[in-house]
Design a protein around this ligand. Structure first.
Ligand code: DGT
Ligand code: CA
Ligand code: CA
Ligand code: ZN
Length: 598
């Protein structure tokens, strides 16, 4: 049993307990343990053999140790099973609906025996929710919206979930030893799409290990992967299975000679492949998952690498992130592909939270982790007062916090630490801090955390008002989408980007895997309209800093180059590239401290 499976059992137990009306302390302990185990590098299966070590982990007491031992030993958990006799398992889907918490789910179950998303949809459509206590007409509409998002996204997975699964399976496959030459993810994961439908893995066979007997032995080994929930298919050179969370995995085994053609084919997108095959045909070739060959006589001309195939098609190599048939083939023909931004171009991270609001680490801990990660500068951006659920800071606390951040910066931690804030854009578009506080900040990041459902005209006005505020420098998670959970706000993106370009306001490419906001299409619009982009993580702990790779991937999908992303600049130039705030002695509003550092 791997940690993910164990965490899932704990999390489901917590959710069922919450629906069941258990007291908060009871279900939180399961939830906390699930969170911890999800990100724990050591295997719980091993650790339960050494309970003393296990108990050293934060939040794990004697009783949790017993629970974990039971889960590892029996593969399940009796309390969870008992609750699942009381409630159908599908009731857990209801918690994925953005507007339904456990209390409402319990209420719907008690009153309507509603246990599936379809049940809830039916009740809402019949208008039965609007008159109920705690619901109302607006809430009924929001539930229907959430049902639509659920239907659209069910069966898809966040990119970091898919990536973690791919890494785990690849590590298992590589244990087959010398039979395996390489394991490579293809499909939407390789293209860096924000969500993944299923995993496509390619395994190349080593020389001398390509007979059907070898392939069968390898397939057998692959199907021993401990995370497998169900085996779906076992063909001549392919196995398919599902993991505990429902993610489907297709693994194809192939000879090295065909690797490039197979990688190209299974990376897709389908639209890119269709266009590429059309081009091949016009040039007198056929292209399939085995090779590029001549139409006449079927003489093989390429297939071992993607580079070789693109080159025979008289195209520059097209990075996987661009393979969506949105102009990349013409650009590759004209040698006009962008030189995409890379992770190592990034020098700073401009959105993160500390224990002052809803983060888990201190200013110094964030700074040290960011330095180790390789950053040259960061901005600490805790929440403003409107976000009470995230312990947002009022003016007085923020003024003190700014001093603390400046003091940390003076300590020469080997990294510049800017005083920032994630300032709420209120319903009317005004900012949640006085101009005095805004003037004190080195970096003003603005974002929306309330009134998500304003109509298009009102939301556009609200955003425009924020951008026109002379202190606003960066708009964070600009469309508010939560992948697989909540759609983007409705506003006129053309108008917003025109205003950003005019006032020098930068748009954030938020790297948090369940946001990835702005999305690729909008990032490309930023580039075309001269709007600056900042790639940030929105970290809530030191462990989140590495999420920046997902933001970089999204930026690459948006055709962005180093010059389009201002946090690729050295610190002083970055500050100078931000909008110049009123009354600031220097660009960015920073004082003498900005001159040092790189
Ligand atoms: P996903 O799994 O929904 O996130 O998206 P993909 O792109 O990974 O799609 P998937 O898994 O159905 O197929 C993987 C790749 O294989 C796809 O990007 C292109 C290729 N492919 C699959 N089926 C077809 C097809 O019918 N025609 C063509 N040209 N390519 C296909
Ligand atoms: Ca796929
Ligand atoms: Ca597939
Ligand atoms: Zn935020």
């Amino acid at each position: 049993m791997d940690n993910k499976q164990i965490a899932r059992i704990l999390r489901e137990t917590a959710q069922l307990l919450e629906i069941d009306g258990a007291i908060i302390g009871r279900y939180r302990s399961y939830e906390k343990a699930a969170e911890l185990i999800d990100s724990l590098p050591e295997s719980i299966e091993q650790l339960v053999k050494e309970p003393e070590k296990l108990k050293e982990l934060p939040g794990i007491g004697d009783r949790m140790v017993e629970h974990l031992q039971e889960i590892v030993k029996t593969g399940d958990y009796a309390l969870r099973k008992r609750l699942l006799k009381k409630y159908p398992a599908t009731i857990l889907d209801l918690l994925q609906l953005q507007s339904l918490g456990p209390k409402k789910v319990a209420f719907l179950w008690a009153n309507f025996k509603a246990a599936t998303v379809a049940d809830v949809e039916k009740i809402a459509r019949e208008g039965k929710l609007r008159d109920l206590p705690g619901f109302g007409e607006k809430s009924e509409q929001n539930i229907l919206k959430a049902v639509e998002v659920f239907k659209k996204s069910s069966g898809r997975f966040h990119i970091h979930t898919a990536e973690a699964a791919a890494l785990g399976i690849a590590a298992h496959i590589e244990k087959a030893g010398k039979a395996v030459e390489s394991v490579t993810p293809a499909g939407s994961l390789r293209r860096g799409k924000e969500t993944v439908g299923d995993l496509d893995l390619l395994v190349t066979l080593a020389d001398g290990h390509t007979s059907q007997k070898h392939v069968d032995a390898l397939a057998k080994h692959i199907l021993e992967f401990p995370g497998i929930e169900q085996t779906l298919a076992h063909g001549e050179n392919k196995v398919s299975f599902t993991l505990g969370d429902g993610l489907q995995v297709d693994v194809r085994m192939l000879e090295k000679e065909n690797f490039g053609a197979a990688l190209l084919y299974f990376t897709g997108s389908k639209e890119h492949n269709v266009a590429l095959r059309g081009r091949a045909n016009e040039m007198g070739y056929t292209l399939n998952e085995y090779a590029l060959a001549t139409l006449k006589g079927e003489r093989r001309v390429a297939g071992r690498t993607e580079e070789e195939i693109y080159s025979k098609l008289k195209l520059d190599f097209i990075p996987p992130e661009l393979r969506e048939n949105t102009g990349e083939i013409a650009a590759a023909e004209d040698h006009k592909l962008p030189h995409l931004v890379t992770l190592k171009d990034i020098r700073g991270d401009l959105q993160m939270h500390t224990t002052a609001s809803d983060g888990k680490n201190s200013i110094e801990e964030m700074a040290e982790a960011a330095r180790q990660f390789g950053h040259h500068y960061i901005a600490i951006t805790d929440h403003s007062k409107a976000v009470t659920v995230a312990n947002g800071l009022d003016e007085k606390r923020m003024a003190a916090h700014i001093k603390k951040i400046h003091a940390a910066d003076e300590k020469d931690l080997g990294i510049r630490v800017f005083a920032g804030a994630e300032v709420d854009i209120l319903k009317d578009g005004s900012l949640d801090y006085s101009d005095e506080i805004l003037a004190e900040l080195d970096v003003v990041v603005c974002s929306i955390h309330s009134y998500f459902n304003l109509d298009r005209a009102a939301m556009t006005e609200r955003m425009l008002a924020a951008i026109e505020n002379p202190y606003a420098q960066i708009i964070a998670h600009p469309t508010g989408r939560l992948l697989l959970r909540r759609d983007a706000f409705d506003y006129d993106m053309e108008k917003i980007l025109a205003a950003c370009a005019k006032h020098g306001v930068a748009m954030e490419c938020n790297s948090y895997p369940d946001r990835l906001d702005l999305k690729d299409v909008y990032l490309r619009m930023c580039k075309d309209r001269g709007v600056k982009v900042v790639i940030s993580t929105d970290s809530h702990s030191t462990g989140n800093l590495s999420f920046i790779c997902y933001g970089v991937t999204m930026a690459r999908r948006g055709w962005l180059e180093k010059k389009d992303v201002i946090n690729t600049l050295p610190a002083a130039e970055f500050l100078a590239a931000l909008r110049h705030k009123p009354g600031a002695a220097r660009p960015g509003g920073q004082k003498k401290r900005a001159a040092k550092g790189n």
